[in-house]
Design a protein around this ligand. Structure first.
Ligand SMILES: CC(C)(COP(=O)(O)OP(=O)(O)OC[C@H]1O[C@@H](n2cnc3c(N)ncnc32)[C@H](O)[C@@H]1OP(=O)(O)O)[C@@H](O)C(=O)NCCC(=O)NCCS
Length: 322
């Protein structure tokens, strides 16, 4: 490692969503709900649901492959892979190890990180620090979730929210850093506010105290997100894109208002993709990037919150070329 690398930059983005799209009408055949309630309370119109053969690992591999192609980086040049998920099937080998082998890498550092919905922002922070410290030069960071396996399709309060998918970033070393630093923290009184319930050996399901989490999100989240902007040496006026955790459109919109970002690009992928936990931020940003909806080298404020109860935010410039 040379001593002159000062940080990291985002080189490429990728994503994967399962083919199957589940509508609100379909859910209304399973539980006592309706399109009007779901769209007015959450903004969600559709969500993608994994097939039996779509796994956390297989979705992560596809998102990672797309991000590497976007970055123009060979898999063999990656020396760190981090996968973040709360729905991985295996404890060991790690999903990161399976991704590394699946993409034909040459023995990078591999580990999984568990921080639920803000997991991707935590993982980006760790990858950026690894690059800053000289422990890595090129990192693949992936959020991948198969929440449908942890969803009780008899519970109308949760089954309308959860969905599956993956998003990935490639970070590379640079002497002109445009990633982070990451601001992170947790909220002790909401420890069990978002969780996966279930005794050992029994089915485990996503559960949450929706109202308490909602209240925290619309009163506290903006202050923490703004701290991430300040930590990057910027002001809110510099931010061109807001990508907050895609949990509820009724949280995303007030957050954009509180941050005075309503006239900027606000990612609202929740509408078509539902809540994909650790995948939601990279998935939403990558879809917009590959549609050509967002500019190159633009400061994006990423902010995640949820299970634990943890939150994390950071500013990342989109890749320098279109
Ligand atoms: C989950 C959430 C959408 C629920 O919305 P809400 O307005 O708080 O709704 P409530 O749970 O209080 O339920 C209100 C009523 O609607 C009913 N209801 C709940 N789900 C329903 C559904 N799918 N269809 C119809 N009615 C439903 C409830 O039974 C309740 O009825 P009642 O008043 O007769 O008791 C909202 O609380 C939320 O988004 N919270 C934040 C979630 C979050 O950010 N999580 C972060 C980590 S993933």
């Amino acid at each position: 490692m040379t001593g002159d690398r000062r940080g990291s930059q985002l080189l490429g983005l990728g994503h994967f969503q399962p083919e199957r799209i589940m509508t609100n009408e379909e859910l209304s055949l399973l539980v006592d709900t309706n399109d009007e309630w779901i769209t007015s309370r959450t903004g969600i119109r559709t969500r993608h649901i994994a097939s039996e053969t779509d796994t956390v690992t297989s979705m992560a591999i596809e998102a990672g492959r797309m991000a590497l192609a976007d970055a123009g980086v060979a898999a063999t040049d990656v020396d760190l892979v981090i996968v973040t998920s709360v729905t991985s099937h295996d404890r060991s080998p790690s999903s990161a190890g399976r991704v590394a082998v699946g993409l034909g890498m040459a023995g990078p550092g591999i580990f999984d990180l568990s921080a639920a919905c803000p997991g991707f922002e935590y993982a980006l922070g760790v990858a950026d620090m690894a690059i800053r410290a000289g422990s890595a030069t090129t990192a693949l960071v992936i959020g991948s979730e198969k929440l449908s396996e942890f969803t009780d399709y008899t519970d109308r309060s949760t089954c309308i929210l959860t969905a599956d998918g993956a998003g990935a970033f490639v970070l590379g070393a640079t002497d002109r850093p445009t990633v982070g630093p990451t601001v992170w923290g947790s909220v002790p009184h909401l420890l069990d506010g978002v969780r996966i319930d279930g005794a050992p050996g029994e089915p485990r399901y996503f559960a949450q105290e929706g109202r308490s989490v909602f209240r925290w999100a619309i009163t506290e989240a903006a202050g923490h997100a703004e701290r991430a902007v300040t930590a990057a040496g910027l002001t809110l006026a510099d931010i061109e894109i807001l990508v907050s955790h895609q949990a509820n459109l009724r949280i995303i919109e007030p957050l954009a208002e509180a941050l005075h970002l309503t006239d900027k690009i606000v990612i609202t992928d929740i509408v078509e993709s539902g809540n994909t936990s650790a995948a939601s931020v990279p998935l939403g940003l990558s879809k917009a990037w590959h549609r050509g909806d967002i500019p190159a080298d633009a400061p994006a404020l990423l902010f995640g919150f949820g299970g634990g109860f943890a939150y994390a935010g950071l500013v990342v410039h989109t890749p320098a070329r279109a």
